[in-house]
Write a protein that binds this ligand. Structure first.
Ligand SMILES: *Cc1c(COP(=O)(O)O)cnc(C)c1O
Length: 399
């Protein structure tokens, strides 16, 4: 049987990783979500409605583009990009947010809720809530609210309530804590929509399955364009949802090499990067077992990367598993390399990538010259409009 049908097991374990460590009041609610997902993922109505939404609202399928100018510039492998930047709202996150919204609707919930860091997940979820006529409650640290004003404005325009979180570091970790607290009190009527392949079971599996559409489309499109499968497939890894979406399309194709690209930030010193698999160790975070970056006390360590969507001291449990089995190779690219890729893709291809996605582009640029005659398919997980002010004010316009 194929990998996707057998992994994770029924308790949500990918090998040794995953599972659900929940506060007792939340146990029945996560059971309810798991049961609903298992039922609906086999329901013809649910699947048909999700297909309709993907085609007529999100604008799927997104294309695969051959990056000829970049390939010529690098010399070596042919580089292709799966264009999730062309998905509605400009990134892959809407793939799972629309599906989570649909799940909430079928479950009879009236509200979607989540935490957000830079605001990308908050905007995608607020979009889904508006579409389905659901309420939306987004928890966000006060520091992030000040830094990410345009996304706060977007969420409010879309009708979401943004709850400012003012305790502790006033950032993503506190926003998660705050949202969990608020959710406990309203779990009968609300769905906590986790924003990546992280969190307690069933989210790592469910979000992967909702993102699987990326890999299914890309495999078919690549075959149609070239008559063969790509030699190498690459994606950036924060929590790991865009990567699992693309990888899952090729996971049973043993000749296709898969690469996850983590953010190396400014150096390999703890605190300067968010390269969890590269430098972390086994541990628990936010209710599941995975690989974690820990400080001297064993708590989740502070992290840094120029791409705020990648700064998480954990990683989805499936990535920890695929690292241990060796099916996926994990590597890292630093801020400088990602910025260089950001400028190059903009200048030579007319595509301004999200800084997160620029890490996958950086990998392709680095590897192209070592792999003449081969092909590299990367996931362009999102567009870079959100990053242009920060990049040009901090680093200028590139060479
Ligand atoms: C949030 C985000 C990411 C990181 O999330 P994953 O779950 O690792 O995919 C990557 N790219 C973009 C554009 C994002 O918004």
């Amino acid at each position: 049987m194929g990998y996707l049908k057998t992994t994770p097991n029924k308790d949500g374990f990918f090998g040794n990783y995953g599972g659900a460590e929940l506060p007792p009041p939340l146990v029945p609610h996560f059971k309810e979500i798991t049961a609903a997902y298992e039922r609906l993922s086999k329901s013809a109505d649910f699947i048909a409605e999700l297909r309709y939404i993907r085609k007529h609202f999100q604008g799927r399928p997104t294309p695969v583009s051959y990056l000829k100018n970049l390939s010529d510039l690098c010399g070596g492998a042919r580089i292709y990009a799966k264009r999730e930047d062309l998905n509605h709202t400009g990134a892959h996150k809407l793939n799972h947010c629309m599906a989570e919204g649909l799940l909430a609707k079928y479950m009879g919930k009236t509200k979607l809720m989540a935490e957000t860091g830079a605001g990308q997940h908050g905007v995608a979820l607020a979009t889904a809530a508006a579409y389905f006529g659901l309420e939306c409650e987004i928890h966000m640290g006060e520091i992030d609210i000040a830094k990410e004003a345009p996304n706060v404005t977007r969420m409010k325009l879309l009708g979401a309530t943004v709850v400012p979180v003012g305790f502790g570091g006033r950032s993503l970790k506190e926003a998660v804590d705050s949202c969990f607290q608020s959710y406990v009190a309203q779990a009968d009527t609300a769905l906590f929509a986790i924003g990546s392949v992280v969190g307690p079971h069933p989210f790592p599996r469910m979000v992967r399955d909702f993102q699987h559409v990326i890999g299914v489309e890309a495999r078919e499109q690549f075959l149609e364009m070239t008559g063969e499968l790509p030699d190498m497939v690459a994606a950036c890894v924060g929590g790991g949802s865009n990567a699992m979406g693309l990888f899952s399309g090729f996971i049973d194709d043993e000749d296709v090499a898969l690469y996850g690209v983590e953010p190396l930030g400014t150096s390999s010193k703890l605190g300067d990067h968010a390269a969890t698999i590269t430098y972390g160790e086994d541990g628990d975070i936010h209710g599941f077992r995975t690989i974690v970056l820990k400080d001297a006390e064993g708590n989740p360590a502070p992290v840094h990367t120029v791409a705020s969507g990648l700064d998480y001291p954990g990683v989805g449990p499936e990535h920890a598993h695929l690292h241990r089995t060796g099916r996926v190779t994990y590597t890292a690219a630093g801020d400088k390399e990602a910025l260089d890729a950001f400028y190059k893709l903009s200048r030579h291809e007319g595509i301004i990538p999200a800084l997160e996605s620029a890490h996958a582009v950086a990998f392709a640029i680095r590897e192209a010259k070592n792999n003449p005659g081969k092909s590299i398919l990367l996931n362009l997980s999102g567009r870079g409009d959100k990053d242009i002010d920060y990049v040009t004010e901090t680093y200028g316009f590139g060479e």
